[in-house]
Design a protein around this ligand. Structure first.
Ligand SMILES: [Zn+2]
Length: 316
């Protein structure tokens, strides 16, 4: 998606009716409950509340009395696609062929919203009824209490994340900004993130880690590594979502913690990442580099192994 696109939210809202959106997403099970009203099972959350989802065709709006989702057509698309309202407008423009005038140069009369590339926008909804006891999580060694603490679980509802384990991602202020969907059956991609999501502006679990009030933070690569470290008794852990440290992530580490323990994967990328990060942070905070044997990752370790590893302190 090109960064220079402009979206006229009002134009999209005015030109797309709720019925078109329902058809687009094949939500065909709603029943008439009034001259301009539909009602039925909610397409956003799984199970529960058979008649909870209400649509007003007159107002072009929806409301679910079970998961509390509500809004206009853009809010509905954002909820179904797990994306921002802006991305929802772009998707509707594309999918419904609304390549109309609002993509042209901005004018003062229109409410035009430029793409904000400086931050991940907070999501306007949260998924309900995710299952923290799904076998996939057990298989990865994640206890249900840990999954609950992170809000992680299997999502059986509809939309882009259907049939995946969803991992809520928050910004540094604790605002939910995205869900990552991990496939449970080997389907590609293994990790599905919303289009336009900027990993470099997020340090996964930072809002919880910073709240621990500990001086030492454990830095890992992935979501599951982070959950396993937490589960082993070290709640002050963050994940880079990769083996590189962005400038923003670096600032947060230095501002919020005095000691940084690097526990990246035991592969080449992890080793190299550790060395680069340690060199960048050297002299600015206390650093421990914890090397794993080749091929090992923190999420494959038992809680006992993690505790042993994190007790060692190899300061450089
Ligand atoms: Zn709902």
């Amino acid at each position: 998606m090109s960064g220079g696109q402009w979206v006229d939210f009002r134009a999209v809202k005015e030109s797309v009716c709720m019925q078109a959106v329902l058809e687009l997403y094949r939500i065909d099970w709603l029943k008439r409950s009034g001259p301009h009203q539909l009602r039925g099972r909610c397409p956003i959350h799984p199970r529960g509340g058979q008649d909870a989802f209400h649509v007003s065709l007159a107002k072009n709006a929806f409301q679910c009395f079970y998961c509390q989702a509500q809004g206009n057509i853009l809010d509905l698309v954002a909820a179904l696609e797990q994306c921002s309202v802006r991305q929802a407008a772009l998707k509707l423009q594309e999918r419904l062929g609304l390549s109309g005038g609002w993509r042209s140069a901005p004018s003062r009369e229109r409410k035009l919203v430029p793409e904000k590339r400086e931050e991940n926008q907070p999501l306007g909804f949260a998924l309900r009824a995710v299952d923290p006891c799904h076998p996939y999580l057990a298989q990865r060694g994640i206890e249900s209490a840990t999954a609950r603490a992170f809000g992680v679980g299997f999502f059986a509802g509809r939309g882009m994340l259907s049939g995946r384990v969803v991992i809520p991602i928050h910004d540094e202020l604790g605002r939910l900004v995205a869900y990552c969907g991990r496939s449970v059956d080997g389907a590609a991609p293994r990790y599905k993130l919303p289009a336009g999501f900027r990993k470099s502006l997020i340090l996964f679990n930072l809002h919880r880690a910073a709240a621990c009030g500990e001086g030492r933070v454990v830095v890992v690569e992935g979501f599951f590594d982070c959950m396993k470290i937490h589960q082993a008794g070290f709640p002050c852990a963050v994940a880079l979502m990769g083996a590189t440290l962005s400038e923003q992530q670096e600032r947060w580490l230095l501002e919020r913690f005095r000691r940084v323990a690097l526990l990246l994967d035991g592969d080449q990328a992890g080793r190299r990442g550790s060395a680069v990060i340690a060199a960048r942070l050297a002299g600015r905070c206390s650093i421990e580099v914890l090397d794993l044997p080749p091929g090992e990752q923190p999420d494959q370790l038992s809680s006992q192994e993690i505790r042993q590893l994190l007790k060692q302190e190899t300061k450089i």
